[in-house]
Structure formats: C-alpha cells, structure tokens
Design a protein around this ligand. Sequence first.
Ligand SMILES: Nc1ncnc2c1ncn2[C@@H]1O[C@H](COP(=O)(O)OP(=O)(O)O)[C@@H](O)[C@H]1O
Ligand SMILES: [Mg+2]
Length: 232
Amino acid sequence: MTAESEISVRNLHRAYEVGGAQVHALRGIDLEIVRGQFVAIVGVSGSGKSTLMHLMGGLDTPTDGCVEVCGHDLGSMNAKQRAVFRRQIVGFVFQSFYLVPHLTAEGNLRLALTFQGTYGDRRQRMTREALERVGLADRMQHRPGQLSAGEQQRVAVARAIVHRPRVLLADEPTGNLDHATANRLLELLCEIQAETNMTIVMVTHDEELVSGYCHRKIRMRDGCILESAEMT
Ligand SMILES: Nc1ncnc2c1ncn2[C@@H]1O[C@H](COP(=O)(O)OP(=O)(O)O)[C@@H](O)[C@H]1O
Ligand SMILES: [Mg+2]
C-alpha cells in the first residue's frame, strides 16, 4: 500500500461453488486507488464488478488475496469489526435504492446515523446537511413512494454520505434512472467528491455516462482487469 493509496487490492480471488462447479468471479485482481479519485469500473454483465465492489466494502470475504481500505486490512477483521468498518469508513449506493418505504427521507437518514451511533442534535444537523447537499431539503418529510426515482436515488446518496465516509461505493447507481437523471446524479457525485475529497468507486455498464465525470476508468472482463485509463 503506497502512502496516498486509499484502496489497495492484491491478488484478489473470489470463487463461488455452484452445483458442485466453481465459478471464478474474480481471478487475481491487483488495484490501487488513490485518495480523492472518482473511479468508474466498467464491463459487461458477469465480469465481476459487483463482486469486487462487495469485497472492497467488506460485504463479502475473498477466497484469496487481500483488500486494504484507508489503512484497514479487511482480511484481519472479524465479522463485528467489518460491520464497524462498513458503518464508519464506507458508504454504499445500489441500483435499487433500498430506502425503508414507510420512513420519510429524513427518517431514512436518521436510521442510518442511529446504526452508526450518532444521536440527538448532531444527528439532526447531519441529516439536514446531507439532504440539503443533494438538493432535497424541502422533501425531508416525504416517503420514498412520494418521490421520483431520481429523487429516491438522491436520498440514497444522502444516506450513504450522511456519516461522512472516506469512501463511497456505488454499484450501478444510475441503472434505474433515465439518461438525463443519470447525468444529474453523476454531476452530484462529482460535486460531492470535489467538496469532500471522498474517494468514489462507481460500477456501471454504461460507458458513455462516465466520460466527463470520472478521473479513471477500469475495465473488467471475466474476473480480470483488462485496462485502466486516466481520463482527461
Ligand atoms: N452469489 C453468487 N453465487 C454464485 N455465483 C455468483 C454469485 N455472485 C456472482 N456470481 C457469479 O460471478 C460472476 C461475476 O458476477 P458479478 O460480480 O455480479 O458481475 P457483474 O457485477 O460485473 O455483473 C458471474 O458469473 C456471476 O454469475
Ligand atoms: Mg453487478
């Protein structure tokens, strides 16, 4: 792990046992991501993008190899330590927003902060700030069903950043959004990255979308990294 490296992945393998056969989702990934980069991981369906993202976020454990995030070696952690890591260090955004349907936007963020151990006035202030940041201060009392898909995903982004994580992991965050809404979401992620110097890793199969927004594009296929290119 180099000094400025925020995420370091070494010889990462993940195999699944399916009906007695081995499916090799990752076949020895090596990757360094520096602090404050906005990285896109692209590749066709089945190339191992989600598997890599889950391993970087401590949602899954590898068959072999290691992952370090912000100086934490995930392989040396037990399940409880990994849960703390997930709550403190990273934020997640998924394609299907996974908001709690009966809670308001505010309630969804408050719940996340409660899990994370933040209460009282501080919780209220952080909730408001995150919803203001995604442009939804006037929708705090609305439930997911009263919001458009783009607004729901912005609530999900607010929830992912409300505890001010160092790393944001987003798996196909624009997968359920139309083109214009997807572009606006990427603009928002870029702004948040620039303001906070958060490291963002975003998985997408929509390559066109990433140019103009991301600093670096990593292409995967069949569990390997085919290429990594800095974008200008
Ligand atoms: N839980 C699982 N059990 C078995 N095979 C899986 C599982 N998750 C992923 N895979 C397989 O691993 C490979 C990579 O999947 P995934 O990481 O989801 O790719 P992507 O996100 O690029 O579409 C695929 O062949 C997929 O079928
Ligand atoms: Mg996937």
